[in-house]
Design a protein around this ligand. Structure first.
Ligand SMILES: NC(=O)c1ccc[n+]([C@@H]2O[C@H](COP(=O)([O-])OP(=O)(O)OC[C@H]3O[C@@H](n4cnc5c(N)ncnc54)[C@H](O)[C@@H]3O)[C@@H](O)[C@H]2O)c1
Length: 450
């Protein structure tokens, strides 16, 4: 087969596989099946825009707004943020786009109490993802929740249970799951294009800024800091806690591995074809590059091992991170490599992939970039027609669990033995305790059974 024909064949094979996935007859490895098992609300009439809300109108929230206002199949009824400037900016963005003015609030309970509302986009800091998504699910709203789906493992489990119990669609914001060239690459791996995939690598190699050192101070007048902390353990305000940089604090975020890293970790786990938690997790890391208040490593290596020969064979996922790099790695700031018994595939979620055979012969390649709309299309299609979304909460929970376990291994400096079924660290009470978090006593948003 000539190169052009072969590439066309691979692309069309991948395309038909993915088309089949969309109608639920085939699931790429690690992808949810079971459209028929998902209980949906009344299907909406196609012509009516879906009433939706945005909770969290910050950096990513703005990207969601810019994408949502371009669509005619949704109507933004509410915007919600505990920062008055941000909620006002969100309202303005919507009206400037010629859309009706939404209602605005700082209290997400007001949003969820609106019976006309069908879906919420949650783009708050990580410590609010689980509490807000669980409340939304119990209110019968479909949920698009940003990555990592949860601040800690226990909340991820409770989100999954809340989604299933209430029959709602819960899509996680790992938009690569709906990105054409990433889906094509994963389909090629599943077809055996590089033989058996035994090892996958995910990396986050970029230059971040320093958080500096700060002391507690008065929060800005426009910010309801008490509501911002919400159900998390109380911590006084200081200027390098927010906005955006909360992710580098244990109380509110998951470090950069849970920020940019989780995109690549999710792709690595997907391509590796593992649809359960790992058995062993090793991690090392620290603050090699920055002297600041950040509580997570800026340099981090985590190794995850799946070792049940009768089910999977032994597979390994390696994550590496250097947050002080003024250069990219293997052509990609954030990327993936899949190592198979017959070849290797290198992938950049924003750029494309290259497939190498023996002795690094370039066999095939494709370019690509990613965007949010296909992930929304998938979410909205599942709401209208039933089916599990590409980044179903079960997948989100599995990938976020790798983040949590990698962080715990690094923090404690020891290898964890994990029971994937019970979701428990074995014989290590200190590690097991970090699978959950400490909450603010009596806060209304603390989920049940945490
Ligand atoms: N999918 C992606 O590519 C992508 C990219 C960037 C960020 N993210 C995710 O988006 C989320 C937000 O990140 P960010 O960088 O926009 O952070 P940010 O701090 O800029 O924005 C978070 C916003 O949530 C608001 N907020 C906090 N508590 C709230 C509450 N109880 N109710 C309503 N609003 C509340 C904050 O005031 C803030 O405006 C994170 O989970 C992050 O991981 C995803």
């Amino acid at each position: 087969m000539g190169e052009t024909n072969r590439r066309g064949f691979l692309a069309s094979a991948a395309a038909s596989q993915l088309a089949a996935t969309a109608v639920g007859t085939f699931a790429a490895p690690g992808e949810s099946r079971g459209a028929e098992s998902l209980k949906q609300g009344e299907p909406l009439k196609g012509a009516e825009p879906l009433p939706v809300a945005l909770i969290g109108c910050g950096g990513m929230g703005r990207s969601h707004l810019e994408t949502l206002v371009r669509r005619d199949d949704v109507q933004l009824r509410w915007v919600c943020d505990v920062d008055r400037d941000r909620v006002n900016a969100a309202k303005k963005l919507i009206t400037d786009a010629g859309k009706p003015e939404p209602q605005a609030t700082a209290d997400l309970r007001e949003v969820l109490a609106d019976p006309s509302l069908r879906a919420v986009w949650i783009a708050t800091p990580d410590h609010w993802h689980g509490p807000a998504a669980i409340l939304a699910a119990h209110a019968g709203k479909h949920v698009y929740v940003e990555k990592p789906c949860a601040h800690n493992l226990r909340e991820g489990r409770l989100m999954l249970e809340a989604a299933r119990r209430n029959g709602i669609v819960m899509q996680v914001g790992t938009q690569s799951r709906s990105t054409a060239h990433v889906r094509q690459a994963i389909a090629l791996l599943a077809e055996g294009a590089i033989g058996e995939v035994l090892v996958a690598k995910a990396w986050n190699s970029q230059r971040r800024g320093s958080l500096g050192h700060q002391q507690p101070s008065e929060p800005p007048e426009v910010l309801d800091y008490d509501a911002w902390v919400g159900p998390a353990a109380w911590q006084p305000y200081q200027s390098n806690l927010l906005h955006g940089v909360w992710r580098f604090w244990h109380n509110f975020g998951c470090g950069d591995i849970g920020n940019d890293g989780v995109h690549e970790i999710d792709i690595a786990r997907w391509g590796l074809g593992v649809d359960r938690h790992p058995d062993r997790i090793a991690g090392l890391g620290g603050k090699y590059g920055f002297d600041d208040d950040q509580q997570f490593p800026d340099t981090q290596y985590c190794v995850y091992e799946w070792s049940t020969p009768e089910v999977l064979g032994t597979k390994q996922l390696v994550f590496e991170q250097r947050d002080w790099s003024p250069y990219v790695q293997e052509g990609h700031e954030n990327g993936n490599a899949f190592y198979g018994t017959k070849g290797m595939l290198v992938l950049g979620k924003k750029s494309g992939w290259q497939l190498f055979g023996e002795r690094n012969k370039l066999v095939d390649q494709a370019e690509g970039s990613f965007s949010l709309p296909p992930h929304y299309d998938n979410f909205l299609a599942c709401i209208h027609d039933g089916g599990r979304p590409h980044a179903d909460i079960e997948e989100g929970h599995r990938s976020a669990t790798l983040v949590h376990l990698g962080n715990i291994a690094c923090r404690l400096g020891r290898t964890l033995q994990f029971d994937p079924e019970a979701e428990q660290v074995l014989e290590d009470r200190e590690a097991a305790a970090i699978l959950r978090r400490t909450y603010r006593d009596g806060h209304w948003a603390v989920p049940k059974d945490v």
